[in-house]
Design a protein around this ligand. Structure first.
Ligand code: AMP
Length: 112
């Protein structure tokens, strides 16, 4: 989608710290990390938010990829958090579906 920053990262039109990609998703480092490990897993297809998702296989692939990246980055045993912010009250700021993978520190609850 034109003017979508994550579409541009997926396409390789703007640089990002990519750590993984396959035919369905791209994962890269968050530009403002909130934890020692902070990755974003985004689908190649443009979906504005979780509210638009009907493809359960794609959503499952995003979650399984997050778990796999957590293992590969050494945070799975200690623990980690996967977050999907949806729309304004959910704190979403980039309107291309993405899951945050946060790890490497203790996560408090409830989130702010
Ligand atoms: P959200 O608030 O859930 O929509 O998360 C959007 C995330 O995208 C934030 O954590 C931003 O720091 C991150 N972000 C925005 N632009 C970029 C970029 N160009 N490269 C990497 N991460 C980005």
């Amino acid at each position: 989608m034109r003017d979508c920053i994550f579409c541009k990262i997926v396409a390789g039109d703007i640089p990002a710290g990519k750590v993984y990609e396959d035919e369905h998703v791209v994962a890269f480092r968050d530009i403002q990390p909130q934890a020692p490990l902070h990755l974003l897993i985004v689908p190649r297809v443009h979906l504005a938010s979780l509210d638009e998702v009907e493809d359960t296989a794609l959503l499952g692939h995003i979650m399984v990829t997050a778990a796999r990246l957590a293992r590969e980055h050494g945070v799975s045993q200690g623990g980690y958090r996967v977050v999907v912010n949806c729309n304004q009250d959910g704190g979403q700021t980039v309107f291309h579906l993405h899951a945050h993978l946060l790890g490497g520190r203790f996560m408090t609850w409830p989130p702010g």
